[in-house]
Design a protein. Structure first.
Length: 113
């Protein structure tokens, strides 16, 4: 059974940076397209960034130029480097293979002075 375990969240000031990690258990990681999603209080979960098995990436307009998604297939891990953080980036961040239905616990990111 594939599971997703996110880490790296925390409290950061506006303009700061964080790097999120997501370790994926089970086999087949290198074949999955992986996405980072977020859900802010009172809002629907949204897709922030996606990376396919070949390393091609796409980003939501709201994070383009500030966030970078990457993957290390040897470590079954996908990362989200977040720079120039804004208060509106505050949310619980989740990772998931785009074709899977199950979610991990997520990691809280709070951007506040």
């Amino acid at each position: 059974q594939v599971q997703f375990v996110e880490s790296g969240g925390g409290l950061v000031q506006p303009g700061g940076s964080l790097r999120l990690s997501c370790v994926v258990s089970g086999s087949g990681f290198s074949m999955y397209a992986m996405g980072w999603y977020r859900q802010a209080p009172g809002k629907q979960r949204e897709l922030v960034a996606v990376i396919n098995s070949g390393g091609s990436t796409n980003y939501a307009d709201s994070v383009k130029g500030r966030f970078t998604i990457s993957r290390d297939n040897a470590k079954n891990t996908v990362y989200l480097q977040m720079n120039s953080l804004k208060p509106e980036d505050t949310a619980v961040y989740y990772c998931k293979a785009t074709t899977f239905a199950s979610w991990g616990q997520g990691t809280q990111v709070t951007v506040s002075s």
